[in-house]
Ligand binder design. Structure first.
Ligand code: FAD
Ligand code: DHB
Length: 388
């Protein structure tokens, strides 16, 4: 088969790219290793920046998000006895929207189905060939049959463990990594959220985050050691630990209930440069990972797709400039969002190997944040998302 663009990976990056290209008359195929049900069962991000919301609206799939998502004007940061309300709207004029990554993915699949855009699920043995030539191709197996896609470009949207990044020769690639000595244990429960806004809590026992999906569906996270497993945590143990890590007025109002999902994610910062080589262009987790503290993973995937879709569309209109600049343009935003995620992680987590000096630095930082509009504005500006 022949398509102008072969997209590897049917997560949010790959699906959004496919839709935006189609809208502009560029033909793309998506190859996804997993089943659709599997992709839709992965509970991940929940906070959408305005830039991503605007993209979904422009792509014609914003109506369910508009109806069911919750617009948040701010967030609560609490640590070392200080609680700060960061008013995004007042400080930046922008807001964020609470709408789960699974819902974004579902909306994308439904629209791609409706317009008849090809998505191969359970595509096995995906292999990239001749990515540095003018005639790249991709081979894969689907339902026992071998297929070959001839294309002009390959979009590597296959996440951190995909095949695309490793197609770029080691001699060309440079990787930057910081692995954190803990993970996040997340649960989803049919309980009301503890507050109207998200609560980020730094505590000497470890970080906690109270998030939500809707008025009766909450998503909470606890910093945990990487040595344990999610199954080791009973629901009661999770709720008891969360209560300990919240300020008393929030701990008192915490409503508990049985969890419907429980998993541990390790935390890492990772950036691979460059984000393009020959005819292959990386986007999203295939090129970079951020710790989840700033809610930036999905949003960075979206900004990459903003740049990449525009660049590919410009190419078919005869302009090569954006495609040539893609890696540098995307990386400039990636590094800034990675810096923000790293600094928020550093401010709010307990680092077991570091002593009381770091704890005092964290307390000083939160105290400064509480009393400086400039510091609050800097945090808000990064949280709502830097401009594309
Ligand atoms: P992915 O969503 O990883 O999609 C890549 C797709 O490629 C997958 O569907 C995969 O099956 C497919 N694929 C992989 N290899 C191949 C192959 N060889 N061939 C074909 N297809 C392949 N971000 C936040 O902001 N907040 C969070 O709370 C949060 N929690 C997370 C929890 C976990 C466990 C993980 C892994 C990530 C989390 N993230 C979170 C990050 C956020 O979900 C990602 O940044 C986002 O999913 C990136 O989208 P993507 O499409 O680039 O990659
Ligand atoms: C959620 C996840 C995050 O990493 C974050 O910073 C905020 C919210 C969530 O899953 O709701």
């Amino acid at each position: 088969m022949r398509h102008q663009v072969c997209i590897i990976g049917g997560g949010p990056s790959g699906l959004l790219l496919s839709l935006l290209l189609r809208r502009a008359g560029v033909d793309a195929v998506v190859l996804e290793r997993r089943s659709r049900d599997y992709v839709l069962s992965r509970i991940r991000a929940g906070v959408l920046e305005q830039g991503l919301c605007d993209m979904l609206r422009e792509a014609g799939i914003g109506s369910r998000m508009q109806a069911e998502g919750f617009v948040h004007d701010g967030t609560i940061i609490t640590a070392h006895g200080t609680t700060v309300h960061i008013d995004f709207k007042k400080l930046t004029g922008k807001t964020v929207t609470i709408y789960g990554q699974t819902e974004v993915t579902r909306d994308l699949y439904e629209e791609l189905d409706r317009i008849g855009a090809p998505v191969f699920h359970e595509a096995e043995d995906v292999a990239i060939h001749d990515a540095d030539s003018d005639a790249p191709h991709v081979t894969f197996t689907h339902q026992g049959r071998s297929h070959r896609v001839d294309c002009d470009f390959i979009a590597g949207c296959d996440g951190f463990h995909g095949v695309s990044r490793n197609t770029i020769p080691k001699a060309v690639r440079r990787e930057f990594e910081n692995v954190y000595p803990f993970g996040w244990l997340g649960i989803l429960a049919h309980t009301p959220p503890v507050a109207d806004e998200l609560v980020y809590s730094g505590h000497e026992r470890g970080f906690a985050l109270c998030s939500m999906r809707n008025a009766n569906l909450s998503r909470h996270y606890l910093q945990v050691p990487l040595t344990g497993k999610a199954e080791d945590w009973s629901d009661d143990a999770f709720w008891a630990e969360l209560r300990r890590r919240l300020p008393p007025h929030l701990a008192e109002t915490l409503v508990t209930g049985p969890s419907i999902e429980k998993s541990i994610a390790p935390l890492r910062s990772f950036i691979s440069e460059p984000m393009s080589w020959g005819r292959i262009y990386l986007a999203g987790d295939a090129a970079h990972i951020v710790p989840p503290t700033g809610a930036k993973g999905l949003n960075l995937a979206a900004s990459d797709i903003h740049y990449l879709s525009k660049a590919l569309i410009a190419h078919y209109a005869g302009d090569e400039g954006l495609l040539a600049a893609y890696s540098a343009t995307a990386l400039a935003r990636v590094w800034k969002a990675s810096r923000f995620s790293w600094s928020l992680t550093r401010m709010l987590h307990h680092f077991p190997a570091e002593g009381s000096f770091l704890a005092r630095m964290q307390a000083a930082e939160v105290d400064y944040l509480a009393h400086s509009t400039a510091a609050q504005t800097a945090l808000a500006e990064n949280y709502v998302g830097l401009p594309y």
